[in-house]
Design a protein around this ligand. Structure first.
Ligand code: FPP
Length: 246
């Protein structure tokens, strides 16, 4: 796809992706599921590079959900190993590209070695001013909201926050994504029409793009197709067409 079709001023500031279909990709080829995840990592590399080159401010990838802990132990173990390997292998290049790595989710549930490598990556890149690569790990939107509610309750009990001051902006500030704008575009691969407990609060007005392409097959062209489609959308945020017409 020709990148000149894209309007630079109308690019999403924040793109979120549900990277689905790794298992199906592998099954179609009679391979182990982990082979699908491995190939999925290549798509991660492509998408990170392209979004960074385009000047996207933030990219959030749903790498491991709270529910994913219920997968067969061998698959969980392999996924964790893959994650660790990705951070180890890529962190220097991400740093050189001025990318800031962040993670959201109940990170304390990650194996110690994975958490350590992740924290080192976050620490190394924390002062970078380029794209935020935000990895959702042991993440679920409901869990994130509950953790925010508990934090707010603590603050109110301590007298540090008044109930009357809990507005949308305050609430957003208690979420894991506190420093990020809400996603403008949510991409989901492999055709499923679900949000699967991802960024539930943050996607209130996000444009959703679902493609049948399985995540390991998701290429630069597919990303550009999603972006071109996004640029045809009229984002009304609850207003009428006339109100937003230029
Ligand atoms: C969904 O496919 C994918 C996952 C649960 C894991 C995604 C992880 C990666 C692509 C690699 C690591 C990512 C980073 C950011 C380093 P599925 O297994 O649910 O596919 P299926 O629905 O076809 O079974």
């Amino acid at each position: 796809m020709d990148s000149t079709k894209l309007i630079k001023e109308k690019l999403p500031r924040h793109i979120a992706i549900i990277m689905d279909g790794n298992g199906r990709w592998a099954k179609k080829r009679s391979l182990e599921r982990i082979m699908g995840h491995r190939r999925g990592m290549e798509s991660v590399r492509t998408v990170v590079r392209e979004c960074n080159d385009l000047g996207v401010e933030a990219l959030t990838l749903y790498a491991f959900s709270t529910e994913n802990w219920n997968r067969p132990r061998a698959e969980v173990k392999a996924l964790m190993a893959l994650l660790k390997r990705y951070i180890r292998a890529e962190i220097n290049e991400l740093h050189e590209k001025n990318i800031r790595v962040q993670a959201i989710g109940a990170l304390e549930n990650l194996p110690e070695d994975v958490l350590k490598v992740l924290q080192e990556g976050v620490e190394k890149t924390k002062n970078n001013s380029g794209m935020v690569l935000n990895v959702a790990l042991s993440y679920s939107g409901r869990d994130e909201i509950l953790r925010a509610v508990a934090d707010i309750a603590d603050k109110v009990r301590q007298g540090a926050l008044a109930t009357a001051d809990i507005d949308e902006q305050t609430f957003s500030g208690f979420l894991d994504t506190a420093d990020l704008p809400d996603p403008d575009l949510l991409i989901r691969t492999s055709g499923e029409m679900r949000v699967s407990n991802f960024l539930l609060w943050q996607i209130a007005y996000t444009e959703i793009y679902v493609t049948d392409v399985l995540w390991p097959d998701f290429s630069r062209d597919h990303l550009y197709q999603a972006l071109v489609d996004y640029q045809t959308r009229r984002r009304r945020f609850g207003k009428t067409d006339e109100q937003i017409a230029p």
